[in-house]
Design a protein around this ligand. Structure first.
Ligand code: FAD
Length: 431
């Protein structure tokens, strides 16, 4: 059994935002696959990015991080490559608005958020300082809500008394969503409650708008009804608005002659195999069938199902169809507030918060990570501080690693630089 992964570690994505905002370290929410699977001697984890599929030869070609390649032959192939952030065709937004899918994303957001407060501290009062103290979040799903709430909590608690010239609590957090409420996958009453908590925390909610531009010094949103555009001056835009299949999934679908939906989810048979290819399974976020949700439970149950199908094949038994069992969902809003929805059970406030904490600890990989995360949470609750705020800004005098809050992609984007903008919001000509 070969486990090919481009990252060589398991990442517990539901807690990425806590890593991005300095509560947890990347070590607490991830674990080396080699370490995780050391007791399974028949599993061989390999670091490499799948780039090519030869369905006839039953071979996957993978790229090593040094750009060389190697082949992995298979009898059965299970595609579980997940989704990446989608910018709905506006790929240029990615340079200024990191998504929240990987450890790299979490560390990039951490650098941007904490550096923004630090840069603001060095500026005199005025429009430029306000721009650094304005944070925009695109997308009002669980991740957008979590990150928006965390930035306001950071500003009003952990950072509140640490600066000399700025008042961190003045930080504006703007959350934009195309719909009419946050957390649409939850019951309306729960999402209304969540909106109230966010508003009390100081998050500014803007519904019925699409982000039409993201640039170095601002974001533009367009009202879905009126079509009017409004600019907001900000130096930090975070993107949680949509997902799409990773590039290898698109290639695999083409090679396998499988159809896929607009987001690139691959259509599968009732047993999660690809039509015409019983030896290829698609599971998790990539599996496109009957509205299967992009949640961890579906990925885990899909993995168990594919394994059971392969075992039944080897035993000469008929495969069973996949049946997803919805065990509910949870979303964190702020300290003391979370939502938990499982069948008829609806928890909010402190009970929801405790339920959310229990579920997340139960599914975190590694016993050491569970204990250390509980310890960190208790310390954070007791002292309101954040123990993992360190961010990296490059070396001194190293042209290949310049001292900057931007990432290398920004260096090539300097042509997009514009002078510091005006106070937000300001109506545009299109209004
Ligand atoms: C910020 C965030 C918060 C979330 N919160 C929750 C939550 O609270 N509850 C919940 O149920 N779900 C949550 N989810 C969703 C949940 O994490 C996913 O549904 C689940 O991880 C999907 O599992 P997967 O195996 O399909 O894909 P992933 O977990 O995304 O795994 C894909 C793997 O494939 C690897 N990979 C990608 N491309 C290649 C390639 N070409 N070659 C080799 N390897 C490759 C990646 O490195 C990765 O390890 C959240 C997701 C995010 C991003």
């Amino acid at each position: 059994m070969t486990l090919l992964d481009r990252a060589a570690c398991h990442v517990f994505q539901p807690l990425l935002y806590q890593c991005a905002t300095g509560t947890l370290s990347i070590g607490q929410i991830s674990r080396s696959l080699r370490e995780e699977l050391q007791d399974h001697r028949n599993v061989k984890p390999l670091l490499g990015e799948a780039i090519r599929l030869d369905a006839g030869a039953r071979r996957v070609t993978a790229r090593r991080p040094d750009d060389s390649t190697f082949d992995v032959d298979y009898d059965y192939l299970v595609l579980a490559a997940g989704m990446r952030q989608s910018y709905f065709g506006k790929e240029e937004f990615a340079a200024w608005a990191p998504g929240m899918k990987t450890l790299d994303d979490a560390l990039s957001i951490r650098r941007r958020v904490f550096a923004a407060f630090e840069i603001a501290e060095t500026l005199p009062p005025g429009a430029e300082r306000d721009q650094w103290l304005t944070f925009a979040v695109a997308g009002g799903g669980p991740t957008g809500v979590e990150i928006a709430g965390q930035i306001r909590e950071l500003a009003t608690r952990a950072l509140a008394n640490e600066f000399h010239s700025i008042e961190p609590e003045d930080a504006r957090v703007l959350l934009f969503d195309g719909g009419d409420r946050v957390l649409k996958s939850f019951a309306p009453a729960l999402s209304e409650g969540a909106a109230r908590v966010l508003t009390d925390l100081g998050v500014e909610l803007h519904f019925g708008v699409h982000v039409s531009d993201v640039r170095r010094d601002g974001i533009t949103v367009r009202s879905k009804d009126a079509g009017a555009e409004v600019d907001y001056a900000t130096r930090t835009v975070l993107w949680t608005a949509g997902v799409e299949a990773v590039p290898f999934a698109n290639h695999a679908a083409e090679v396998l002659g499988a159809s896929s939906d607009r987001s690139g989810r691959i259509a599968v048979e009732a047993d999660l195999s690809v039509p015409g290819h019983p030896e290829v399974f698609v599971i998790g976020d990539l599996a496109g069938r009957d509205g299967l949700p992009g949640v961890a439970e579906n990925a885990m149950q899909g993995g168990l199902h594919a394994a059971a199908c392969i075992r039944r094949d080897l035993e000469g038994k008929r495969r069973k169809n996949y049946r997803y069992r919805d065990l509910g969902s949870a979303a964190y809003i702020s300290r003391g507030h979370a939502l938990l929805q499982a069948g008829p059970i609806r928890l909010t406030g402190i009970p929801g918060w405790l339920g959310w904490g229990f579920v997340h600890i139960a599914f975190l990989t590694g016993v050491r990570n569970r204990f250390s995360t509980v310890g960190t949470w208790l310390a954070t609750i007791a002292r309101s501080n954040r123990s993992d705020r360190t961010f990296i800004l490059g070396g001194s005098g190293h042209p290949e690693e310049p001292y900057t809050w931007e990432s290398p992609v920004h260096q090539s984007n300097n042509s997009r630089k514009a002078p510091a903008g005006s106070p937000a919001p300001s109506p545009r000509a299109a209004d």
